[in-house]
Design a protein around this ligand. Structure first.
Ligand SMILES: Cc1cc2nc3c(=O)[nH]c(=O)nc-3n(C[C@H](O)[C@H](O)[C@H](O)COP(=O)(O)OP(=O)(O)OC[C@H]3O[C@@H](n4cnc5c(N)ncnc54)[C@H](O)[C@@H]3O)c2cc1C
Length: 423
């Protein structure tokens, strides 16, 4: 089935800056091709080119001083393969749009991020994730990729390929992804309950208590402010005294002072997976809109210790923090995935929109978490030393070799990439 929607070409539709506004793209030219052939010619004729998705990353990972191309003008495709239990989608489509179409056909994705506004290819390239002890990140559900490589060729790879596990979380550096094939499951329903005031000692039990659980805190008190439980709709609601918490009696937004109307329904109202797994509704501003973000993955077994390691930084963190979110992600085999062979506990920080004030705090957080070998989110703000980072990824050198092999002339290279994967 081919999705409906306009894909008229206008380079003015290509974002000039990221969603948060902290990165102005340095590209000398912006492009929005309307066919794969046009994209292939563009790549073949460019010495430096990158794709931009929906621009929701907070750092310069996708920035280039060459050509910046949006693939949102390519025909939008959502094709379900019922036999294989997979869907092939255009890389530039937003998860929210894909999800709606899948649901009407009786299918679901196993998990989603906190927002449905992000493009599939952009989210997969940075190993974007949701929460759930038994769910991998969004990239771990990818079964195949179609991409335009540095010489303008169209390459199709699937799980059987030797280097596939290196290509999925590709940071946009291996080619421009035109289509992504993803595993689907039968559609399902969830209920979302928000519980208040969790004791830290119950964190692990809370995170493992439902299909997908997020815990929010602000480092202002030792207790954890909110637990967002996304549980299968046919499961009983948490009892009144669940883990010593109380039930929220009205809908919440994770950032205090922001309207709960922007968030997916709570209070146990049942609804389809794609309207409960993300915290934020498509068509509404996700999160605060005026912010920076950082995020670190450590081993799930280190959750309590990693959190405790930040305790005496609370006075430093709290003044520049809007909210912190604690999640879990299951291990996978993808070379640059922060969850590579490690069931993970993930500490997320939504900071105020003040880079100068935030960077020293990011550095302090990284220093405290260093004993836990944290792997930062590739699309968020981090300051980790490249040598230290490389030591945290057993397949780092293999990815560097893949880069050299697929992009020998550095067509997809950026300053950020050169820093982390020196030639
Ligand atoms: C409000 C908010 C909430 C967020 N919540 C979460 C969350 O819950 N979980 C989480 O893990 N992350 C979260 N993120 C981070 C976000 O998911 C990632 O930054 C993701 O990469 C954004 O996808 P994008 O389409 O905007 O990619 P972009 O930021 O546009 O690009 C990211 C990278 O992908 C590359 N890329 C994009 N399209 C293509 C393509 N077609 N082919 C090849 N490379 C491509 C770019 O070159 C770049 O390197 C959040 C971000 C925001 C702003």
């Amino acid at each position: 089935m081919t999705a409906q929607g306009s894909h008229a070409a206008s380079t003015t539709d290509v974002p000039r800056r990221n969603w948060a506004g902290n990165v102005r793209y340095a590209a000398k030219a912006f492009h929005r091709p309307t066919s794969v052939d046009e994209l292939r010619r563009l790549v073949a004729g460019s010495s430096r080119i990158r794709a931009v998705g929906s621009g929701h990353s907070f750092n310069r990972i996708g920035d280039t001083d060459g050509d910046l191309v949006s693939l949102a003008g390519l025909p939008p495709v959502v094709e379900v393969d019922h036999e294989r239990g997979q869907v092939t989608v255009s890389g530039a489509l937003r998860y929210g749009d894909v999800a709606r179409q899948l649901h009407t056909q009786g299918y679901a994705l196993a998990n989603l991020a906190s927002l449905p506004h992000i493009s599939v290819a952009g989210a997969v390239a940075t190993a974007t994730h949701g929460s759930g002890q038994t769910h991998g990140n969004l990239a771990s559900a990818v079964a195949g990729l179609e991409l335009v490589t540095a010489d303008g060729d169209l390459l199709r790879v699937d799980r059987d390929a030797d280097t596939f596990a290196g290509m999925v979380v590709g940071l946009g550096a291996l080619g421009l992804v035109t289509r992504v094939t993803v595993d689907v499951v039968p559609t399902f329903a969830l209920r979302q309950y928000v519980r208040l005031d969790l004791d830290r000692t119950a964190l692990d039990e809370a995170l493992g208590s439902a299909y997908s659980v997020s815990v929010f805190t602000d480092f202002r008190e030792p207790r954890l402010r909110e637990v967002w439980r996304k549980q299968l709709a046919d499961q009983p609601p948490p009892p009144a005294d669940w883990l010593g918490t109380t039930a929220a009696d009205q809908p919440r937004h994770p950032v205090l002072g922001m309207p709960a109307e922007n968030c997916t329904p709570q209070l146990g109202e049942p609804g389809p997976w794609h309207e409960r797994l993300p915290h934020f509704k498509l068509g509404f501003t996700p999160s605060s809109g005026d912010e920076l973000q950082s995020e670190y993955h450590v081993a799930r077994t280190a959750a309590a210790d990693a959190l405790a390691a930040l305790d005496d930084l609370a006075d430093l963190i709290a003044p520049v923090l809007l909210v912190s979110e604690l999640r879990t992600v299951a291990a996978d085999e993808l070379w640059l995935s922060p969850n590579y062979r490690r069931d993970s506990f993930v500490l997320h920080f939504t900071w105020v929109d003040d880079t100068a004030a935030v960077l020293p705090v990011v550095a302090a957080v990284e220093e405290r978490l260093a004993p836990f070998a944290p792997r930062p989110h590739w699309g968020k703000v981090f300051v980790t030393d490249p040598v230290e980072l490389s030591a945290r990824y057993p397949r780092y050198a293999d990815f560097a070799a893949l880069l050299a092999d697929l992009d020998p002339k550095g067509t997809f290279r950026t300053d950020a990439l050169d820093r982390y994967f020196p030639r």
